[in-house]
Design a protein around this ligand. Structure first.
Ligand code: CUA
Length: 322
């Protein structure tokens, strides 16, 4: 598996669009610095007592009109040409992933090519490296914005509307992204990761995600699963093969804003709570016991009456769902 990197920077481009944005950043920064230095130099010259007077007409024509027109025309031409090289609209055969922004996490939906069933995950967007991928974006409550600086620019996610973002990762790796539109109390803890895998690894990952949850085959795991159901976790969380409800009910509640992440393969994710904590038994137990202490305002209620043994079994069960 690719090691986790928390790189989230426009200065470390790893995709086609990010490389263009990176180039813009430098051209504007260096260009702006040079012009600033020239202006300051001229200012210093003008302030010298014995400066030779220059005809005002030369200044107005040269520095006031000709120079800005030349610089701005050059910038416009160059940026229009470079923008034309952004990752093109993907063909209908390209991989399409739906991402929904929610307070304060990301729901990620794929379509399994073999069964054509929908696979629902959270907070991690897994993509094949070197391929253009289309992200269909929306939100279920307020406006969010998806931004993964190492790969592409920002795109707003608006309730009731679908916006699109094409991106391509040119190097395998894990790239951190962040909600880029203030969306309430936990906006800062609304992160996600894009994981770019070589095609065969991606296919294997997708096939694994399409499977229902692995069975609870030991006493501890069974106890964990029972605790999950006894605590009514299935009111908000799905574990495919364990908590399935009738399809028509499923469709009706699927977009309920308060619904929590699908946990079918939660053990395979690197983080929980939208990039807030590394994912392991300890953090899972801490989160279940008191999510409000970690992320105040989230919809998940605390479970203060769970005894230590049950909590450990429940966390072990979730960790086991790879
Ligand atoms: Cu979602 Cu800020």
């Amino acid at each position: 598996m690719t090691p986790i990197s928390d790189i989230q920077s426009v200065m470390h481009p790893a995709g086609a669009d990010a490389a263009i944005i990176y180039q813009f950043t430098w051209v504007l920064f260096v260009g702006g610095t040079v012009i600033f230095a020239i202006v300051m130099g001229l200012l210093a010259l003008a302030m010298r007592r014995q400066a030779r007077p220059i005809t005002p007409g030369v200044w107005i024509l040269g520095a006031g009109i000709a120079f800005p027109v030349i610089v701005l025309t050059a910038l416009l031409t160059w940026s229009t040409w470079r923008t034309g090289q952004l990752v093109p609209q993907t063909s209908h055969k390209a991989l399409s992933i739906s991402v929904t922004g929610k307070m304060w996490w990301w729901e990620v939906r794929y379509r399994d090519p073999t069964s054509n069933r929908e696979i629902i995950s959270a907070n991690e967007i897994v993509i094949p490296v070197g391929e253009s991928v289309y992200l269909g974006l929306t939100a279920s409550d307020v406006i969010h914005s998806l931004w993964v600086p190492s790969l592409a620019g920002k795109r707003d996610m608006i309730p009731g509307r679908v916006t699109g973002l094409n991106l391509r990762a040119d190097k395998p790796g894990t790239y951190r992204g962040q909600c880029a539109e203030y969306c309430g109390e936990q906006h800062a803890r609304m992160a996600f990761h894009v994981i770019a895998l070589p095609r065969p690894e991606f296919d294997a990952w997708l096939a694994r995600q399409a499977q229902p949850a692995v069975p609870a085959d030991t006493t501890v795991l069974q106890r964990g699963r029972e605790a999950f159901l006894a605590q009514q976790c299935q009111t908000c969380h799905t574990i495919r093969g364990v908590t399935d409800v009738a399809p028509q009910l499923d469709a009706r509640i699927a977009d309920a804003p308060r619904l929590g992440p699908d946990l079918t393969h939660i053990g395979s994710r690197r983080h929980i709570a939208a990039g807030t904590l590394r994912n392991h038994r300890g953090t899972l137990a801490g989160w279940i016991a008191d999510p409000q202490a970690i992320k105040t305002g989230v919809f998940m209620p605390p479970s203060p009456d769970l005894d230590g043994e049950t909590l450990r079994a429940l966390a072990t069960y979730l960790e086991h769902l790879k």
